[in-house]
Design a binder for this molecule. Structure first.
Ligand code: COA
Ligand code: AMP
Ligand code: ZN
Length: 432
């Protein structure tokens, strides 16, 4: 069963023809933005040089740094009158990025999410509860419009308030949830505390899980805990958000939609394009975006392409689970965090010494971040307890930058282990 049979089962040659046409259109559109205008001029990229898909390799990569340098409007191709939405990453320290959409962009995105949901078995008549953040996070509105496009009855519950989530599931007889895997583990514990068993006390049948790395063992655990089929959902804001790649009922790799994206895998060090099957960094080119097309965008996510045809009949290739990152970004409670953001916040507080340590833990079904901070000797009067205001200030400043609430612990000067060379300040002890 397909959402769009013709496009999902398109033969390879036809797909490549479609991609080439869309690529040319995209490059033309991209060239209208100040940033690509300059890049194309510097690298002498002109449309007549793009004769095959292989010629895409002539175009240089676009990085998150490029997006930041050109923040906010540098990659936008048209007047504001035609743009209807922006999604932006967290960060007040100059680390933010923004992605803009026209009405057509949003339509295309909603259709892709509907395609993914339909592929996993979601149908009209299903009751869909979307338990991720709305607003600037793409998972909220992205799934909302996708589910509406499909025709499911939607509950835009957003993140947090776990007991209410469970009540909503009971009241409206939710059958499908979108949930971050680490939160699914936590929510199960809240079910148990309420004396409920999601397998018996809900009508759940499908869980769409993603937005953070997780193992197949975690998926299986969620399937057992909730009595559902769980499917991995991958996306990134720069490529709309959810709807980029998704598992089909075969659950062996995620189909990425080749009519909307050209995906390359590169060696992050040499930047050479790798053959299918080899693991490297995913690089994306949008094929359908108007407001802000991106060409050869380096995602920093590590995965491999499975070239073999899938038994489900879809001709779009699949990627493996995301194996890691080629940069130091980590994800906590579904929120992306760069260590540099933490560093910038801490180093702006005069009482903070030069040494600190960040530990990520999964304890009692809950993820948390502990930030141990050395107090500068000049400010230390022998009692850490007297510095409660400082502790609170650090916690609030970090929360406003990284969005999640850290547990801040002050420690005496010169008590944290000093690392040799480049400081490794984030220790991830979460079991994936
Ligand atoms: N998804 C949904 N709810 C979450 C969550 C997650 N990943 N992580 C925590 N929560 C819940 C907590 O259980 C708590 O609710 P409860 O006390 O009723 O159980 C509430 O959100 C607040 O969480 P807490 O961990 O105390 O606060 P925080 O300040 O550290 O986290 C949030 C802040 C709200 C940003 C974060 O929890 C959140 O919303 N995460 C989801 C992000 C997201 O949707 N990303 C998707 C990108 S596509
Ligand atoms: P954002 O741009 O905030 O939507 O975050 C996108 C990032 O989240 C990706 O680049 C990945 O690092 C991560 N991510 C999203 N979905 C998954 C997934 N299913 N598995 C692993 N990581 C994911
Ligand atoms: Zn398949």
């Amino acid at each position: 069963m397909f959402w769009e049979k013709e496009i999902e089962t398109i033969p390879e040659r036809e797909l490549h023809r479609l991609q080439l046409g869309r690529l040319k259109k995209t490059l033309k559109q991209a060239g209208k933005s100040p940033a690509y205008g300059k890049i194309f001029k510097t690298h002498r990229i002109s449309l007549d040089k793009i004769k095959t898909l292989n010629d895409l390799k002539r175009v240089p990569f676009t990085t998150k740094e490029d997006l930041r340098k050109n923040f906010p409007y540098g990659f936008v191709t048209m007047a504001k009158e035609k743009i209807v939405r922006v999604h932006s990453s967290s960060g007040t320290t100059g680390r933010a990025t923004a992605v803009f959409h026209t009405v057509n962009d949003l339509e295309g995105w909603a259709n892709l999410v509907a395609r993914c949901m339909f592929m996993t078995g979601v149908r009209k008549g299903d009751v869909f509860q979307n338990m991720v953040g709305y607003g600037l996070f793409t998972g909220g509105l992205g799934f909302q419009y996708g589910a509406e496009r499909l025709g499911a009855l939607t509950i835009p519950s957003g993140s947090g308030n776990s007991k209410r989530q469970i009540t909503l599931m009971g009241d409206f007889e939710t059958t499908v949830i979108h949930i971050i895997p680490s939160y699914a583990l936590h929510l199960w514990k809240v079910f148990a505390e309420m004396g409920l068993d999601p397998r018996k006390d809900t009508k759940l049948r499908i869980a769409l899980i993603g937005a953070e790395p997780h193992s197949d063992a975690t998926r299986q655990r969620i399937e057992e805990m909730y009595g559902v089929q769980a499917f991995n959902s991958y996306g990134l804001s720069e490529m709309n958000g959810p709807g980029v790649a998704f598992e089909c009922p075969e659950k062996s790799g995620m189909h990425f939609w080749e009519d909307h994206f050209i995906v390359e895998v590169i060696d992050p060090k040499t930047q050479k394009v790798l053959p299918d099957g080899e693991e490297g960094e995913l690089v994306f080119t949008t094929l359908m975006r108007e407001a802000m097309p991106l060409i050869r965008y380096r995602s920093k996510d590590l995965a491999a392409i499975f070239p073999e045809p899938c038994r489900c009949g879809r001709r779009h290739r699949r990627i493996s689970r995301i194996k890691g990152r080629s940069d130091d970004m980590f994800i906590l409670k579904g929120v992306n965090i760069f260590p540099l953001q933490i560093d910038m916040v801490l180093m702006n507080i005069p009482e903070v010494g030069t040494n600190y340590q960040v530990v990520l833990e999964r304890e009692d079904f809950q993820d948390k971040m502990v930030v141990r901070v050395e107090v500068r000797p000049e400010f230390f009067r022998g009692e850490l307890r007297q510095l409660e205001n400082l502790r609170r200030q650090i916690s609030e400043s970090l929360k406003s930058e990284i969005l999640v609430t850290p547990k801040v612990e002050l420690v005496e000067p010169d008590t944290l282990p000093k690392s040799e060379g480049k400081a490794v300040r984030v220790v991830d002890r979460r079991e994936m």
